[in-house]
Design a protein around this ligand. Structure first.
Ligand code: UDP
Length: 237
């Protein structure tokens, strides 16, 4: 599949058209940003790790009946995906308190939640992705109630599947962000699933093995991404 025109360049990925109007090529970069783009840097080989890891998770989710945009890996950094009309709502699923939930509630980071918590954020760089609720989503026309219900049901299922996979790899799935889109009238899971979008903690030591190492200048950032990939997919990946 040949890369056509570049349609979009985001913080961590470039997206290209293909000869098939239903398919796009995603090219994962090493660039990393945090705090609404105020902190910028590079994480060596991140694009390669995130392309592999996302494909791995999408394939597992697809096997479990979750409709996703993933089609296949094309190269070290590139994957073929279905074209989506992105729903401008980011879904965050949380199992353990961290990050903005710790700040918002005063609960200490690491507090287990009694059940998974789903949050909505308005996908808007200009506004800094503010948290919104279902009423805002519908009032702004970002998604219908039917779409919100589908997205919530899928997100809880994704959480169960990812928790089981990561637990086997000795990782706690603290929280993660999901994005969805419309493809010929169907809601598909899109974007990526990687240490850029998930918090993974070592189940024993609680060491952070995700983008918080970059956000909080904890060092050994590349090593953490590589370690998560190795635990999930084996030593030769
Ligand atoms: N997240 C993300 N993109 C965003 C915001 C959050 O991928 O624009 C992920 C983040 O990596 C974490 C989860 O969503 O796994 C919850 O993030 P949180 O709301 O705690 O925000 P943060 O502390 O990252 O600002």
């Amino acid at each position: 599949m040949q890369k056509g025109q570049m349609l979009y360049e985001g913080k961590a990925k470039k997206v290209y058209a293909t000869a098939d109007p239903d398919l796009l090529i995603v090219d994962y970069k090493d660039d990393a940003t945090a705090f609404d783009g105020k902190k910028r840097g590079q994480i060596l080989q991140k694009g390669i790790y995130n392309n592999k890891m996302s494909a791995f998770f999408f394939e597992k989710l697809s096997d479990a009946g979750i409709p996703t945009h993933h089609v296949k890996v094309l190269s070290e950094r590139e994957s073929l995906v279905k074209r989506l009309e992105i729903v401008k709502v980011e879904v965050v699923m949380r199992n353990i308190v961290a990050g903005s939930l710790a700040k918002r509630t005063g609960l200490p980071e690491g507090t287990p939640l009694p059940f998974p918590v789903l949050e909505h954020y308005y996908k808007s760089d200009g506004l800094g992705d503010p948290m919104i609720n279902e009423y805002h989503v519908r009032a702004l026309g970002l998604a219908t109630q039917d779409e919100l219900d589908t997205i919530a049901a899928l997100s809880f299922k994704v959480n169960d599947i990812l928790k089981a996979i990561t637990a086997q790899a000795g990782l706690d799935l603290v929280d993660f962000k999901l994005e969805y889109g419309r493809h010929h009238g169907q809601i598909l899971l899109g974007d990526e699933i990687s240490p850029d979008t998930c918090r993974f903690w070592d189940s024993e030591t609680r060491e952070k093995l995700d983008k918080d190492r970059f956000r909080r200048d904890l060092g050994k950032v590349e090593e953490a991404y590589q370690e998560v990939l190795r635990r999930l997919m084996g030593p030769n990946k």
